[in-house]
Design a protein around this ligand. Structure first.
Ligand code: PEP
Length: 251
């Protein structure tokens, strides 16, 4: 079944003690609340095990922001999907535009990461989205189609149904510029159609598609009210309970 999810992406922010305080603060704030969405926090690798042990992971799922494209071995500095899973994390954000842009991640490496994440029981939150020039050239539909096709469409229907998609227009990430709710709905509906053409209506309808890009307390309600927007991936506003909580409560 399609789930509503609000996921935070802390990026390379917070020391361990700051991250623990943030996670515990959110856990405390959510205690006793009946929510209409699942809540996930994407912490740095160094925080995963401590955060997962410090909070109620039934209330808040924990995500890594990346994992290696190799299983294990002589890959100095890398963190495998199995290592991520061993911390108590259940999700992994993959293909974020910052990783595609700064670390040159390609569909080939991302496909390997998705496969390893799934093999280790993690739920990939797979990010796609166009840059401004592509949007201005009217190419955003073909860009997202290509991103899902090249990294995900070799998955079996069973494996594909474990994926969460996050549509994140690159021009809206960290810029304060949000896609309008209508723009988000338009492209989410398009993505769902693309998924339906490959995997059929049932799987496409059950796929959670998140919006990401300067989502905040003010714009979240309009975005999540759209039928094909099933939640959000939130960067900046996930770094404080005060800003993140109203987004969670937007459903
Ligand atoms: C993100 O990093 O995925 C993101 C959406 O960032 P922000 O909310 O800060 O735009």
């Amino acid at each position: 079944m399609r789930k509503n999810i609000i996921a935070g992406n802390w990026k390379m922010n917070t020391t361990l003690s700051e991250g623990l305080a943030l996670a515990k603060g959110l856990d405390e704030a959510l205690k006793g609340k009946t929510l209409k969405c699942d809540v996930v926090i994407g912490t740095p690798f160094t925080h995963l095990a401590s955060v997962a042990a410090a909070i109620d992971t039934k209330r808040i799922g924990v995500a890594a922001q990346n994992c290696a494209d190799k299983d294990k071995g002589a890959y100095t500095g890398e963190v495998s999907a199995a290592m991520v899973a061993s911390t108590g994390a259940e999700y992994v954000i993959l293909g974020h535009s910052e990783r595609r842009q700064y670390y040159h991640e390609t569909s080939v490496t991302l496909e390997a990461k998705v496969n390893l994440a799934l093999a280790n029981g993690l739920t990939p939150i797979f990010c796609i989205g166009e840059v401004l020039a592509e949007r201005e050239a009217g190419k955003h539909f073909e860009v997202v189609d290509e991103q899902v096709r090249t990294a995900l469409f070799d998955l079996s229907p069973e494996d594909f149904s474990k994926i969460v998609i996050a549509y994140e227009p690159v021009w809206a990430i960290g810029t304060g510029k949000t896609a309008t709710a209508d723009q988000a709905q338009e492209i989410h509906a398009h993505i769902r159609k693309t998924l339906a053409a490959k995997y059929g209506d049932v799987i496409a309808n059950d796929t959670t598609i998140l919006y990401g890009g300067s989502m905040n307390a003010e714009n979240a309600k309009d975005l999540v009210a759209k039928p094909d927007v099933d939640g959000g991936l939130i960067g900046g506003a996930s770094l404080s309970v005060e800003k993140f909580l109203p987004i969670i409560e937007a459903f």
